[in-house]
Design a protein. Structure first.
Length: 107
């Protein structure tokens, strides 16, 4: 179940980041159709992320780590942004927190 949850979080993060990117493009002159598509993608993200049957706080605590990684990777490789080392360090800290949330009950 844990692998399925992590794969679900990955799919949700891609939907959330891509939905935001589509809305961003729509707002910058590509039109209302893209904004509407972005809204639909964000709605799908909400359904997908909540399909994991975990406590809400644990669910979003772990999901935030996945989202952080996908967001920075998207920025780097899709938008060609120059991501500073400090951002990667911050993402590593967020991932460490997600791992504590995920496995903390076993400590």
């Amino acid at each position: 179940m844990v692998l399925v949850a992590w794969m679900t979080f990955l799919a949700a993060a891609v939907l959330e980041v891509a939905g935001d990117a589509v809305i961003r493009k729509g707002l910058r002159g590509s039109g209302l159709a893209l904004i509407a598509i972005g809204f639909a993608m964000l709605g799908c993200y909400g359904v997908v992320v909540n399909s994991v049957k975990w406590d809400f706080s644990r669910l979003l605590g772990v999901y935030v780590a996945v989202f952080a990684v996908v967001s920075v990777v998207f920025g780097r490789f899709v938008f060609g942004e120059d991501v500073p080392v400090s951002t990667w360090i911050g993402v590593a800290i967020i991932v460490a927190g997600g791992l504590v949330v995920q496995f903390g009950t076993n400590l």
